[in-house]
Design a binder for this molecule. Structure first.
Ligand SMILES: Cc1cc2nc3c(=O)[nH]c(=O)nc-3n(C[C@H](O)[C@H](O)[C@H](O)COP(=O)(O)OP(=O)(O)OC[C@H]3O[C@@H](n4cnc5c(N)ncnc54)[C@H](O)[C@@H]3O)c2cc1C
Length: 284
């Protein structure tokens, strides 16, 4: 199948892209790496009248450290994240997660911002951005606004982005010296979307974890944090009994949703498996 006909524009500045979006209204689509959008166009799941190619917008490029914040531009590709020394040093969770995204050919084109804006609940970056307490920087007709990752992902493939807005970048605190993390996903084959996954971040002193985030993906309509399990673990010496309590809490608090091949019960079981493995890994 081939896509329906559309006009094509390739603005050179963010202001120009925003003006084009405002002019075309809800009929326009932004295209970044095209790794998701092109398939939806060819299957005619989406039939925009104009495609706005944002790949020339310098404002959306680059990885940098500003003070204590790491900034990742929306156009940064998965491969750039994989190869970045700044990411390895300041956001090792992302370095651990990126090989799980598809395969290198797709990672060469697909972007950080495209993945976040698409809001696939099975994708790695939405979960990681939540786990790292990221802030999204969004440009629109009224200027720039900032919103936390927690408020950004609203529902299945739905974010707080308005049709006339562009995700510019994401910022989050650089990893502290006592930050620990665990990233794991259970998938049928390497490169497939996860059946269930976990991005876990905490600070660790001795065998005590604090500021924990346990973010699960591919288990609900959005990435989801196990806040009760986090509270149970926070500030107490980690041991087998505490881990068992946290696993039970996570299974109870997350409203797992079935997908076409796995039941909600399977997902709930895997939530516990992942959390138990993650916490045991951190005290090993
Ligand atoms: C075979 C295959 C396997 C894959 N496996 C995985 C996987 O395991 N895990 C995973 O996470 N992903 C996977 N992907 C998806 C891939 O990571 C995409 O790169 C990503 O989802 C979208 O990024 P993109 O830059 O290609 O976005 P595009 O396809 O260009 O755009 C996606 C959507 O985001 C919007 N958009 C893009 N950029 C912006 C922006 N800056 N502001 C506002 N809206 C924007 C577009 O309008 C569109 O609606 C896979 C893709 C393929 C083809």
């Amino acid at each position: 199948m081939k896509s329906a006909a559309f006009d094509y524009a390739k603005p050179k500045a963010l202001s120009e892209a925003l003006a084009l979006l405002a002019e075309a209204g809800e009929d326009a689509r932004l295209i970044a790496g095209g790794q998701t959008l092109l398939a939806t166009l060819n299957l005619r799941l989406s039939e925009p009248s104009v495609l706005i190619d944002i790949t020339h917008l310098d404002e959306l490029k680059g990885i940098s450290v500003i003070g204590e914040q790491l900034r990742i531009g929306a156009l940064v590709t998965h491969t750039e994240i994989e190869d970045s020394k700044l990411i390895a040093q300041h956001a090792p969770l992302l370095k651990a997660a990126v090989p799980h995204i598809a395969h290198r050919a797709i990672r060469n084109l697909g972007t950080w911002g495209g993945s976040l804006a698409y809001g696939d609940p099975a994708a790695e970056w939405p979960a990681c951005s939540l786990a790292l307490n990221a802030t999204m920087l969004i440009a629109g007709p009224a200027g720039e606004r900032r919103i936390s990752a927690q408020d950004f992902f609203i529902d299945l493939y739905t974010t707080s982005l308005e049709p006339d807005e562009i995700l510019v970048a994401t910022e989050f605190p650089v990893a502290s010296s006592n930050q620990v993390f665990y990233f794991h996903e259970l998938a049928r084959r390497h490169g497939d979307y996860a059946v269930a996954g976990l991005a876990l971040v905490a600070n660790k002193v001795g065998n005590v974890l604090s500021d924990c985030t346990f973010t699960f993906f591919s288990v609900g309509a959005t990435p989801v944090m196990a806040t009760r399990a986090q509270a149970l673990i926070d500030g107490k010496p980690l041991n087998e009994d505490l881990i068992a309590s946290a696993v039970a809490a996570a299974r109870a608090e997350i409203d797992a949703i079935a997908d076409i091949t796995n039941s909600a019960e399977t997902k709930r079981h895997l939530i516990g498996v992942l959390l138990e493995r993650g916490l045991k890994h951190l005290i090993a």
